[in-house]
Design a protein around this ligand. Structure first.
Ligand SMILES: Nc1ncnc2c1ncn2[C@@H]1O[C@H](COP(=O)(O)OP(=O)(O)OP(=O)(O)O)[C@@H](O)[C@H]1O
Ligand SMILES: [Mg+2]
Length: 244
């Protein structure tokens, strides 16, 4: 079985006038099925750029990326959209729920795009809402829910299509610490059920809940291993920031 995620010497380079910005500067990263990985680093270190490539929302300037063994670099935009829909579940800091659709319709939307029948959409949306404890809110609008509940709806939406990888970019960033902990409990439970989760955060205490930490500084991986070992590297990372 090929690894789920396999990045080899990935560069993402932006040109701003005469200067080159190496948002990713030679990243190699392998993630196996069932892992719970936190990608951490200072603001501007390249975390979201990395997640956008893993999530097929963006393509690298150089290097190869294989998702479930398939090199996606030659894929068209339509093919990438299909891969995103079938294989990936996204959770963002700002929930990204559509305000005019009910909770149930929001969760079902990717299933609609994925070509599921009306009946299948309903069944899957309800099962996903039940998982996050919000089946009673199916007919509500997102604005009638608390921030933590809205984030749980967005988790249900990410889960509904049964994705191979769940990608969460600062999922607790807009929440108070208690609600943030609840959301983390959900993610941990999803991991226990066998889901593969990639979590992006700049919060070290949240990252410590993952099994594996990948720390990025200036577009490069400076640590990859268990949370305990990251502590010293995190301190050095902060010290570097103070000097800058
Ligand atoms: N479209 C773009 N054009 C030019 N530069 C970009 C673009 N997107 C990102 N960058 C630059 O690439 C670097 C990495 O950005 P990225 O968004 O990946 O950081 P991040 O680690 O997610 O930061 P944060 O914690 O603030 O979200 C930054 O220096 C950023 O300014
Ligand atoms: Mg970011």
């Amino acid at each position: 079985m090929p690894p789920l995620v396999e990045m080899k010497d990935i560069y993402k380079i932006y040109h701003m006038g005469d200067t080159e910005i190496h948002a990713l500067d030679g990243i190699s990263l392998t993630i196996e099925k069932g892992e719970f990985v936190a990608i951490v680093g200072q603001s501007g270190s390249g975390k979201s750029t990395c997640m956008n490539i893993i999530g097929c929302l963006d393509v690298p300037t150089r290097g190869t990326y294989r998702l479930n063994g398939k090199d996606i670099s030659k894929y068209s935009d339509d093919e990438l959209a299909m891969v995103r829909n079938k294989m990936l579940g996204f959770i963002f800091q700002q929930y990204n729920l559509l305000p005019k659709l009910t909770v149930e319709e929001n969760v079902a939307l990717p299933l609609l795009y994925g070509g599921y029948s009306d009946r299948e959409q309903k069944i899957r949306a309800h099962a996903a809402l039940k998982k996050v404890g919000l089946d009673s809110k199916a007919k509500n609008l997102p604005t009638q829910l608390s921030g933590g509940q809205q984030q749980r709806v967005s988790i249900a939406r990410a889960l509904a299509g049964d994705p191979s990888v769940i990608l969460a970019d600062e999922p607790t960033g807009a929440l108070d610490s208690r609600t943030g902990r609840e959301v983390m409990t959900f993610l941990r439970n999803l991991h226990k059920e066998g889901n593969t989760i990639v979590l992006i955060t700049h919060d070290n205490s949240i990252a410590a809940q993952a099994k594996r930490i990948v720390r990025i500084t200036d577009g490069r991986i400076v640590y990859d291993g268990p949370a305990e070992g990251d502590k010293i590297v995190a301190m050095q990372d902060r010290a570097g920031e103070d000097e800058a």
